[in-house]
Design a binder for this molecule. Structure first.
Ligand code: LLP
Length: 435
């Protein structure tokens, strides 16, 4: 198969080796060791730029592309996002600290999360974080109290659950009424919260936020959410006489993991959402708000691959063939968690046809430690390099230390040159906090 169908940054060179950003993946595996995350910087920058260009075209009066950094959080990512004039969404002090360490301006951060503690809020106020996306009433009161204590005036968006069921995996749906996130629209909780936010001291209510889920291919739920949210803003104006200026529509755009995935070009999602917003704004005589989007996966997923070395191929006649690799659920828990699909390829035999059907197994002491089941692969043996494609999102950021495995390094490719952007952990690193 042509790896380009999964990502433009991939290719096959004349010796049959898989390339990323023009670099030989087999050489990268030798040089940096395996498991190894490799990311192509041009793909990341192009994705950020194409969202910005599209937003500029649809919302000339104001917009922001806010990278959902939970998809991939390390210092170099925040540097790139900042250079591309985007803002960033952070959901923890860990992400926030990493961003600030990279020189990311605090005022360009949106602080998310459904259980921000008093310590989180105090620390964020100390840093001068730009926007707080408040999830619930306890947080609203807590934030007002802490902001008053620090004599700070903080900008707030309220996270609304718009009651929209996006067609995606149950674990990554967030917009439907049965959700732990946000103020519920249907019950009247959301409208009441707006009234309270407007009356509380030290808060400036700028707007509302929603995020309906992740890995969504259908553009209609996005447009539906945009319509519902703008109507809600008009209802706020009619109830409280306040015209809120910011509408954050979250992320969730689907990407291609395998040939079976057919994501729309992002421009088409953006065009439909923009048409809907412009029509609804006109109908309601509402000034077009400043629109924020929060893409995560669609910025980084196809920029990344993971390289492993195959340690053993176990044939069980009449049952299946396991290909055991030197990583697994500790560096990529997505199959174990969501039965997520991936395209896999033998990096040193990328020009060969995939003739085998195999299961890729990790090295953790756990039968469920699988990367993919019943997937087609080139014939392979011990010592071959296996590449799992489109692992740039929610892999490094979801890695664990299960079985006390150190996290692999991350290498970034720019102009055909590789550089280390996150060192691999050492065994000493693993023990650094043990007493
Ligand atoms: N904004 C908010 C408020 C979010 O909760 C998320 C993702 C995003 C934006 C970015 O969504 P994206 O564009 O990346 O779809 N671990 C799961 C995905 C969880 C998504 C959580 N929230 C996975 O590996 O598929």
């Amino acid at each position: 198969m042509d790896p380009k169908t999964v990502s433009e940054c991939l290719g096959i060179q004349t010796d049959g080796h898989l390339t990323i950003g023009g670099c030989d993946t087999v050489r990268l595996a030798k040089e940096y060791g395996t498991p190894l995350y490799v990311m192509d910087e041009t793909t990341i920058r192009n994705a950020l730029r194409s969202f910005r260009t599209s937003m500029e075209q649809h919302y000339p009066n104001g917009f922001s592309v806010s990278f959902a950094s939970k998809a991939c959080s390390f210092k170099e990512m925040y540097r790139i996002v900042n250079e591309e004039q985007c803002t960033a969404d952070v959901v923890s002090l860990g992400e926030m600290y990493t961003a600030l360490q990279a020189g990311f301006p605090a005022e360009k951060l949106y602080f998310h999360g459904n259980n921000k503690t008093a310590y989180d809020l105090e620390t964020a106020i100390g840093y001068g974080v730009g926007h707080y996306v408040v999830d619930n009433r306890s947080e609203l009161l807590r934030l007002s109290r802490i902001a008053a204590m620090h004599q700070a005036q903080v900008k707030v968006l309220l996270r609304i659950t718009p009651g929209i069921d996006a067609h995606t995996h149950d674990f990554v749906k967030t917009g439907q009424i049965d959700s732990k996130f946000g103020f519920t629209l249907e019950t009247g909780e959301a409208l009441q919260a707006v009234g309270e936010a407007l009356s509380l001291p030290n808060l400036t209510l700028c707007g509302v936020h929603c995020h309906i889920g992740s890995q969504i291919f259908d553009e209609k739920p996005f447009a539906h959410a945009a319509d519902v949210m703008l109507r809600f803003m008009a209802q706020i104006r009619d109830t409280y006489g306040v015209t809120l200026e910011e509408l954050d529509l979250g992320g969730g755009f689907g990407i291609r993991y395998t040939d079976a995935d057919e994501p729309l070009p992002y421009g088409e999602y953006m065009a439909l959402v923009s048409d809907t917003l412009h029509k609804t704004a006109k109908e309601l005589n509402y000034p077009m708000p400043r629109i924020v989007i929060e893409p995560g996966r669609s910025i980084v997923a196809s920029a990344g691959i993971t390289l492993y070395e195959i340690g053993h191929v176990k044939h069980i006649p009449g049952i299946r063939t396991y290909v055991n690799v030197d990583g697994g659920m500790a560096d990529n828990p997505r199959y174990a968690l969501y039965r997520a699909d991936y395209t896999v390829i033998v990096a040193n035999k990328a020009d060969m046809a995939p003739t085998e059907t195999v299961t890729i197994a990790g090295r953790c002491c756990e039968s469920g430690d699988l990367i993919q089941e019943h997937t087609s692969l080139q014939p392979c043996e011990e010592g071959d390099i296996l590449a799992v494609l489109a692992t740039g999102a929610y892999n490094y950021s979801m890695a664990s230390h299960y079985n006390r495995l150190p996290n692999p390094p991350v290498v970034m490719i720019r102009n055909g040159k590789a550089r280390l952007v996150v060192k691999g952990e050492s065994y000493k690193d693993l023990c650094r906090n043990d007493i």
